[in-house]
Design a protein around this ligand. Structure first.
Ligand code: HPA
Length: 282
């Protein structure tokens, strides 16, 4: 079967499992944020395990289902509760397959969220950071291989990988809710090891403000398909070597949990704003 057929099968299955004919946008929920989707109106869940050609995430803190529901009547979105990471051993086609299906379901925008280490020492744990750009340091790229022309171009411009209008809107929503929203560059690495202190110093020299193990592949394919992207990182820990403390997944999960309320307020405010202003492509 071809990629186009795989996308079509997954899309048809999801469409058959919820009452909305098309979604307007999509959100990828990072560590600890999954619950956000449970607040959608008229929400329907589709387990990844049931969707043709989807895999199962293997990481605790990530469920494995799509939540489809409305932000406002007539404005359905899909939220990924759990994502696929390269470090889990999936190939990148598997990692980005759901993003391709979200586009086929109708998504005009994609909001990607993640937990990240703070490379910028001004961004302590609990900081919310708007991703203004990224460094792809995974050593690979999801678009390597024959280009699926029906999805997008062979040589993709990445000048506005994170849409400036959406970033502006996020800043306005944050200000409205008196939420401090920093802005910075996200360095995406393969993981699964956390960085060494020397790597963190290197990342700082390269212009990174945050470091994580996700997001970059999905953002690349979303851009490939012409979806507008917004990215927000929750800084869950100071990156390695900054405090002298060791890093662990529990700290990441705990900070994500503590920051959740602010994150959800920002995300809800943003989605309400998007729902109120349908002319996204203008
Ligand atoms: N490094 C990489 N990924 C991460 C980190 C980190 O410090 N924190 C959360 N995800």
């Amino acid at each position: 079967m071809t990629l186009a057929e795989h996308i079509q099968e997954a899309t048809r299955f999801i469409q058959g499992a919820n009452p909305f004919s098309a979604i307007r946008g999509a959100v990828i929920l990072g560590s600890g944020l999954g619950e956000f989707a449970d607040g959608l109106q008229n929400v329907h869940y589709v387990n990844y395990a049931d969707i043709p050609h989807f895999h199962q995430p293997t990481i605790s803190g990530h469920a494995g289902r799509l939540a489809i529901g409305e932000i406002a009547p007539g404005f359905p979105i899909a939220c990924m509760q759990g994502r696929f990471h390269y470090y889990e051993g999936h190939d990148l086609n598997t990692v980005v397959f759901p993003t391709r299906v979200l586009k086929a379901l109708g998504a005009e925008f994609l909001i990607v969220t993640n937990a990240a280490g703070g490379v910028n020492t001004q961004f302590p744990p609990g900081t919310l950071m708007l991703i203004e750009d990224h460094l792809n340091l995974t050593g690979t790229n999801p678009l390597i291989g024959p280009n699926p022309e029906f999805l997008g171009p062979r040589f993709l411009d990445m000048t506005q990988a994170y849409d400036s209008k959406l970033r502006q809107m996020a800043q306005e929503v944050a200000a409205h809710h008196t939420i401090t929203l920093e802005s910075g560059v996200y360095a995406g690495l393969s993981g699964p090891t956390y960085e060494t202190p020397a790597e963190v110093r290197m990342l700082r020299t390269l212009g990174a403000d945050a470091v994580g193990m996700s997001t970059v592949p999905e953002v690349i394919v979303a851009n490939h398909m012409g979806i507008k992207v917004l990215g927000i990182s929750c800084i869950t820990n100071a990156a390695a070597g900054i405090t002298g403390e060791k890093l662990n997944h529990q700290e990441v999960m705990d900070t994500a949990e503590q920051t959740k309320q602010r994150f959800v307020t920002l995300l809800s405010g943003l989605l309400n704003q998007l729902a109120a202003q349908p002319a996204l492509s203008a």
